[in-house]
Structures are given as structure tokens and as C-alpha cells.
Design a protein around this ligand. Structure first.
Ligand code: AR6
Length: 207
């Protein structure tokens, strides 16, 4: 397998802590998709115009997985900010496929964009919901003029979405925004997901 490797000065100066195997795929002359292994709670590129995406649930008050790790790293102010997001119906602050933004508090990243991916075996059209979760996260980031945004593999943990199906939705949706951000990152926790993401990026983002 050939992985396109562009180790520009920009990449080597990333303060995306914990990340290794950083591979960059140009999306346009001014924009790139960056794939790396690591812990998203440590990620930052530019402490004022960046955000990490939290794979939350509809209640949006924390949980396990990446959501739990993000709340621990951000500190209790994040939970308070989440409480302050209005419920749109009882127990629902962020419906599946939508996104909400809060500050990042003690995180390296300035903002947290909370989104809710589908529970794979419950949703009738999980690909549509997963696409909406990525798309609405990117819309919220664009509204705030953010330039650097990092995603984990939404729905690929507790929510049970097969990696090899999720990756196509993830990358094709990000391609829709190819002129809107300087860098969209995937910060992937496990080697198996990282390898699947790299393979698919090589397939979908060829020149
Ligand atoms: N950095 C990057 N990726 C991570 C990290 C981390 N620190 N920790 C876990 N992952 P999950 P979901 C990966 O379960 O499937 C929560 O309880 C993990 O290996 O965090 O969308 C929420 O409150 C997996 O590949 O999110 C919801 O109830 C990916 O992140 C529910 O889980 C997503 O796994 C959401 O489930």
C-alpha cells in the first residue's frame, strides 16, 4: 500500500499532542485532510481558531468513550456549559445528526463541537445520520470561522458503527467542505481504525 506522505513544515510544527503517523492529503490549494493516531483530548493546532468534535449523546451531559475523556480533560466547566444548552425536548439537547458548540475550557483546543452520531443497530438510515453529524459539525465550525477542526471516528465505539462503512461517509462529507477550512483532522485512537482511514483516504482523495 502506498501512502502519500507530505511532510511539510506546517505538519511538523503541529502541536497535536499525542498524535503520531501524521499523513496529510490536500483537498484544495488552501485546505488539507490530516490523518493521525492519538488522543483527541490533547489535540490543538491554533488555540483560538480550532475545535475538537465530541461524539456525544442526545442528552449532551457526558458519557463514556471519547465523550468521557473530553469532559475529564476539559474540567467541570464543560458540563456546566452543556447544561446551559437548551433542551429542545425533554432530555434532548442535541438530536442525532445535529451539532452544538461550547468553549473547550481546560482543553488545548479552544472549542468543543458536540455532535451525536447514530447508534448503528437502532437507526434506520445510519449513513444519512452519520453524514449529518459530520456535515452539521463542519457547518457550526464554519459559522464561527474556525480553521482547524479535529474529529474522532464518530459512532465507531459504543455506538457500534462498522469502521469500513463509517470511513466512506466521513471522508466524502468532509470533501464537501474542501474550501472552507485550513485543516480538518482525524485523530484516531486505534491502529485498526487509523489503517482503514488511511486506505480510504488514498482511494477517495487521489489526484
Ligand atoms: N481520542 C480519540 N479517539 C477516542 C478517544 C480519544 N481520547 N477515546 C475514544 N476514542 P465513542 P460513539 C475513539 O464510544 O461510538 C459515549 O458514552 C473510540 O475508540 O467515544 O459515537 C457518548 O456519551 C472510537 O473509535 O463514541 C455516547 O453515549 C471513537 O472514538 C456514546 O459514547 C468513538 O467512540 C457515543 O458513541
Amino acid at each position: 500500500i502506498f501512502y502519500r506522505m507530505e511532510t511539510t513544515a506546517r505538519v511538523s510544527t503541529l502541536s497535536s499532542g499525542g498524535g503520531d503517523g501524521v499523513i496529510r492529503f490536500p483537498l484544495s490549494p488552501t485546505s488539507a485532510l490530516v490523518i493521525q493516531k492519538g488522543d483527541i483530548t490533547k489535540w490543538s493546532v491554533d488555540g483560538s481558531s480550532d475545535a475538537i468534535v465530541n461524539p456525544a449523546n442526545e442528552r449532551m451531559l457526558g458519557g463514556g468513550g471519547a465523550d468521557g475523556a473530553i469532559h475529564r480533560a476539559a474540567g467541570p466547566d464543560l458540563l456546566q456549559a452543556c447544561y446551559n444548552v437548551p433542551e429542545i425536548r425533554p432530555g434532548v439537547r442535541c438530536p442525532t445528526g445535529e451539532a452544538r458548540i461550547t468553549p473547550g475550557f481546560n482543553l488545548a483546543a479552544a472549542h468543543v463541537i458536540h455532535t451525536v452520531g447514530p447508534i448503528y443497530n437502532v437507526e434506520s438510515n445510519p449513513a444519512a445520520s452519520l453524514g449529518s453529524a459530520y456535515r452539521n459539525s463542519l457547518r457550526v465550525a464554519k459559522e464561527k470561522n474556525l480553521q482547524y477542526i479535529a474529529f474522532p471516528a464518530i459512532s465507531c465505539g459504543i455506538y457500534g458503527y462498522p469502521f469500513d462503512e463509517a470511513v466512506t461517509v466521513a471522508i466524502t462529507t468532509i470533501k464537501e467542505f474542501q474550501n472552507d477550512f485550513k485543516e480538518v483532522h482525524f485523530v484516531l485512537f486505534s491502529t485498526d481504525i487509523y489503517d482503514i482511514w488511511l486506505n480510504k483516504a488514498n482511494e477517495l482523495l487521489k489526484d
